[in-house]
Design a protein around this ligand. Structure first.
Ligand code: ARG
Length: 488
């Protein structure tokens, strides 16, 4: 059945039908399309296009369709091109003449824009929830070894000791910014495009503001041309994902490195380590490796989304369907990744003894030694030189700085050797970093507390939006008076 083409003398070439079909990705928009159809029926009733009784019948049919969909009994027919034509055809089959009225004053152009915004809203809230879980997982791993210190590196060379919990806090900070970016994107996406129709608005007396309110959007569109062609919200989400995926790849890389026996700072959980088909001893970090690679895919998707929008003439163009295809698949993958990662992180076991042994190597307390000299009145540049001499002496004696004897220390530092032992060693070095935001354990505890407050605020925001949206959408999918009556 082809609902669009009375004017055309031939039906569409079957190969072209298959080429233009978007039903695969539209599976993820079926619920949204039904919500949108129900709310549009209400707008048509307000406008006097539908009688109250017709509205009721339509709403009952939408409810029925939703129930079928939930039972997996609303397969989208590729021959009908997309979810919109599938829903309209289904309604028309059930309701006859009445079904043919639903497309009054609307177009697939404002429909798909609406479906995408509704789906983006839902997706974004799921992802926010998953990121919050990941923050909790990082925190729980830190809590397994609250006093562990490891060799912090720059250029991957031993630099200064830091608390393991400080490392976890760093990754949480990145995720907090990702969550804030999601919240920002949410504010711009939460606008209803329904009522823009094909591009120009409609001559029927429908009220987009009322529709927006019924859908728990913050506002309705101001410009119909923009409403049907604006995909900024998709691009913004793709950006947040790409940037977030870069963060996750950095986390994954730390885990992969530290789970390697040469480091041994972390052990992978059995449920998240993979074996080898030939080497029986293996515990491979495949989950984290795929997370590391996923950033490349996400960057590609952002580039694709931007490139498809580039140079498009006003207003709707079918190119946007290709953009939708890429991004709906991207969202599916993103949710899959974030479903597995929090547990994979929570199941990591820190090995404080390995961390500490490594932190004791590489003279990571040399800066502390220089700072000690500064406190004794030596200018930092000179102190830096004296500490370097001490490092040389230690290397020559094949010792750590704290293993040098009093005489050996005095040979390099003279009278300033006094009291130097108190500042040497990884734990002392960590304890000394009491500046705000530093790695001293009490500072790390403060940082975790502040992070927990910020995360609680973010969680409250996403939680209350989830409830508000769910209430609005559930109402539109509910049964009505007519739901008991068998439709024509
Ligand atoms: N399947 C289309 C899409 O996903 C729906 C909009 C089609 N509009 C049109 N004028 N052909 O973008």
């Amino acid at each position: 059945m082809d609902l669009r083409s009375k004017r055309l003398n031939k039906t569409l070439d079957p190969l072209a039908v298959r080429f233009l079909d978007s039903t695969d990705e539209d599976e993820d928009l079926l619920r949204e399309d039904l919500v949108g159809t129900a709310v549009h029926a209400e707008a048509l009733a307000d406008a006097g296009v539908l009688t109250p009784q017709e509205l009721d019948l339509l709403r009952a049919a939408v409810h029925q369709a939703y129930e079928d969909a939930q039972r997996g009994q609303f397969p989208l027919k590729p021959a009908l091109e997309d979810v919109h034509m599938n829903v309209e055809a289904w309604l028309t089959q059930r309701l006859g003449e009445l079904g043919k009225k639903i497309h009054t004053g609307r177009s697939r152009n404002d429909q798909v824009a609406l479906d995408l915004r509704l789906a983006a809203r839902r997706h974004l809230m799921t992802v926010a929830h998953q990121l919050l879980r990941l923050c909790k997982a990082l925190r729980s791993v830190a809590d397994k070894a609250p006093e562990a210190v490891l060799p912090g590196t720059t250029h991957l060379q031993p630099a200064q000791p830091v608390a393991f919990a400080h490392w976890a806090g760093m990754h949480v900070e990145r995720l907090v910014r990702d969550l804030e970016r999601l919240r920002d994107a949410y504010a711009r996406l939460n606008v209803s495009p329904l009522g823009a129709a094909a591009l120009a608005g409609t001559s029927h007396a429908i009220d987009p503001a009322r529709t927006a309110e019924r859908l728990a959007f913050d506002a309705a569109f101001r410009n119909s041309l923009d409403a049907v062609s604006d995909r900024d919200f998709l691009i913004e989400i793709a950006y947040v994902h790409a940037h977030g995926a870069v963060h996750l790849s950095q986390l994954a890389e730390d885990v992969i490195l530290w789970a390697a026996p040469a480091y041994g700072f972390l052990e992978l959980g059995d449920a998240h380590a993979t074996g080898s088909s030939i080497m029986p001893q293996k515990r491979n970090p495949d989950v984290f490796e795929v997370v590391r690679a996923a950033a490349a895919t996400a960057i590609g998707e952002l580039t694709t989304a931007l490139a498809i929008s580039k140079g498009l003439p006003a207003a709707y163009n079918r190119d946007l369907q290709e953009q939708k295809r890429v991004l709906v698949h991207a969202w599916r993958r993103q949710r899959k990744l974030l479903a597995v990662l929090p547990d994979a992180v929570a199941n990591l076991t820190p090995r404080p003894e390995r961390m500490e042994a490594a932190a004791g190597q590489g003279h990571t307390d040399a800066t502390e030694l220089a700072d000690h000299l500064v406190r004794r009145g030596v200018a930092f540049r000179d102190a830096h030189g004296m500490a370097a001499d001490a490092v040389k002496a230690a290397d020559d004696a094949e010792k750590t700085l704290s293993e040098l004897t009093d005489d050996e220390l005095a040979a390099v530092l003279g009278q300033h050797a006094q009291g130097v032992r108190d500042v040497l060693g990884p734990h002392a070095a960590v304890a000394a970093k009491t500046s705000p935001g530093g790695t001293a354990l009490e500072r790390v505890a403060e940082q975790h507390e502040r992070q927990a407050e910020i995360l609680e605020d973010l969680a409250a925001f996403f939680e209350s939006e989830t409830m508000r949206v769910a209430a609005a959408e559930t109402r539109l999918l509910q049964p009505t008076q007519q739901s008991k009556v068998k439709p024509a």
